[in-house]
Design a protein around this ligand. Structure first.
Ligand code: PGA
Length: 222
């Protein structure tokens, strides 16, 4: 089973989301080899959840979540807020969160804990530089409960995906630090290169190519 995870980031209006979901539900083929996960912006989780109820191999992720439990944390989305929406995965520590929102390894470790308390699988994103510091911040007993996505900074949104050999090497490092985990690759994944990455990974994390329904379905088809 391979994972194809679409991360929409801050893109799409409600109208655009409705169109995407309708086209997706109408066109996606039944495929037991691929688990499709989409991570829409928070306001559209209910809409996406309704589609996930109808499409058997579609599941939901959030792009981020609060490092705190439910409580007085204005603006934060806790796992309690997500109850009933069928969210099974959470992307945590994406480099855009680290870069623009100053997230630290400890924040990411706290988010991992919140996820696991709520039976949500954390998809921890790492770049070369912080594989070991990130693993160090996460409690030992939680490490193998994570999925780990390798996303080199220069590969994200650039069209310059990381060479497969390099990804393989980094996976060795990730396994040393995290143990046996599901290994994901992210960074300029397209329908042209997805097969190469899936040959060495458990799945791919797709930004740009998940936005347009044709490119996302094309990639899944491959
Ligand atoms: P990209 O984004 O596919 O647009 O490079 C990947 C990501 O940020 O996870």
């Amino acid at each position: 089973m391979k994972y194809v995870i679409g991360n929409w980031k801050s893109n799409k209006s409600e109208e655009e989301v409705k169109i995407w979901l309708k086209e997706f539900a109408g066109a996606v083929a039944q495929n037991s080899q691929v688990k499709i996960i989409i991570a829409p912006p928070f306001p559209f989780l209910r809409l996406a959840a309704n589609t996930a109820d109808q499409v058997t191999n579609l599941e939901l992720a959030v792009q981020d979540l609060s490092p705190f439990p439910a409580g007085s944390y204005t603006g934060a989305i806790s796992t309690h807020n997500l109850e009933g929406l069928g969210v099974k995965y959470a992307i945590v520590g994406h480099s855009e969160r680290r870069r623009y929102f100053k997230e630290t390894n400890q924040d990411v470790a706290n988010k991992v804990e919140r996820c696991l308390e709520a039976e949500i699988t954390p998809i921890v994103c790492v770049d070369d530089d912080y594989i070991s510091s990130q693993a160090f911040a996460i409690k030992k007993e939680y490490l193998t409960k994570c999925m780990v996505a390798y996303e080199a900074l220069g590969a994200i949104g650039s069209g310059q995906s990381t060479p497969v050999d390099k990804v393989k090497k980094v996976y060795g490092q990730i396994e040393q630090e995290f143990g046996s985990v599901k290994l994901i690759y992210g960074g300029s994944v397209t329908s042209q290169n997805v097969v190469d990455y899936l040959a060495i990974s458990d799945g791919v994390l797709v930004g740009e190519a998940s936005l347009k329904i044709e490119s996302f379905l094309g990639l899944i088809e491959r």
